[in-house]
Design a protein around this ligand. Structure first.
Ligand code: PGA
Length: 248
């Protein structure tokens, strides 16, 4: 039986004061939660997240990581640095990184490998654009994104990772994939992994992301292959994020 995980992706939002209020609320409420819970915060706030959440049920992580170990890479943050701030998770291959910062499948695969090697749990994001869905190639796109990581790190690496299916057309748009649309892609991903390793597929947490709200979380999380959510906008509002956690 897979446990559910709800991870917040704060993106480039927050300040010390608003973060503190949010972290305090999430920490207080987390004692009563039966699902896993995490927040992925901007790099400068990792120390704040660590100080606020250490010893609680809530894990924290980064939103990106360098594929390199160290060196002359101005502006980059290594996996080892994230580990020093107590991170458990790191997002890898979020569609905003792919679309706005030119991250290719190969770069995402290298970042995934770097995160894993440092002992982090990568949350690998995959998903199709609206044009790709309308062209009927959702499965092709998601499989290509997944296969890049499997061929770089091997199938057993997925046993130490989390996947997030995030249709690009549903991110920040208020348009959620229907539970059945999401379930279909989650089942396809699991089947693809099962072709290589049935046990890894069975244990793999696959989160859904894209306009998850308190009002739609329960029906999404009720689907057999949806193991929780990656939450953007709603993770910035304590009541909404906690309601989504309760739904899980
Ligand atoms: P959203 O973002 O919940 O605001 O749609 C999800 C994400 O980008 O991870």
């Amino acid at each position: 039986m897979r446990t559910k995980l709800v991870a917040g992706n704060w993106k480039m939002h927050g300040n010390l004061a608003t973060n503190q209020a949010l972290l305090n609320r999430v920490r207080e409420a987390s004692a009563g939660l039966s699902c896993g819970c995490a927040v992925c915060v901007p790099f400068p706030y990792l120390a704040q997240a660590q100080a606020s959440l250490a010893g609680s049920k809530v894990a924290w992580g980064g939103q990106n990581v360098s594929e390199h170990g160290q060196g002359a890479y101005t502006g980059e943050v290594s996996a080892a640095m994230l580990v020093e701030f107590g991170c458990r998770y790191v997002l890898v291959g979020h569609s905003e990184r792919r679309a706005l910062y030119g991250e290719t499948d190969a770069m995402v695969a290298a970042k995934f490998a770097a995160a894993l090697q440092a002992g982090l749990t990568p949350i690998l994001c995959v998903g199709e654009t609206l044009a790709e869905r309308e062209a009927g190639i959702t499965g092709v796109v998601v499989t290509r994104q997944l296969d890049a990581v499997i061929s770089a790190s091997g199938i057993s690496a997925l046993g130490k990772a989390v996947l997030a299916y995030e249709p690009v057309w549903a991110i920040g748009t208020g348009k959620t994939a229907s539970p059945q649309q999401a379930q279909d892609v989650h089942a396809l991903i699991r089947a693809r992994v099962a072709e290589s390793d049935a046990a890894v597929a069975q244990g793999l947490q696959i989160l859904y992301g894209g306009s998850v709200k308190p009002g739609n979380a329960q029906e999404l999380f009720a689907m057999p292959d949806i193991d929780g959510g990656l939450i953007g906008g709603a993770s910035l509002v304590a009541d909404d994020f906690l309601a989504i956690c309760s739904a899980a």
